[in-house]
Design a protein. Structure first.
Length: 57
């Protein structure tokens, strides 16, 4: 069950990347796709960073 958030985040990054590719082809607004891609990458890196942190005794 612990793999589910990781799979969801990777799927969210792929969708955001696809939207950004569409924005570069001027099919989707670039002002919407860029923050979505940035936020998805930021959440993914934040999740990977906090996963194995020592929380005390």
């Amino acid at each position: 069950m612990s793999k589910l958030p990781l799979i969801c985040m990777i799927l969210f990054i792929l969708i955001a990347f696809f939207l950004h590719i569409l924005a570069l082809m001027k099919i989707f607004p670039l002002l919407l796709s860029t923050p979505i891609l940035f936020i998805s990458l930021l959440i993914f890196i934040f999740y990977l960073n906090n996963r194995k942190r020592f929380k005390g005794f």
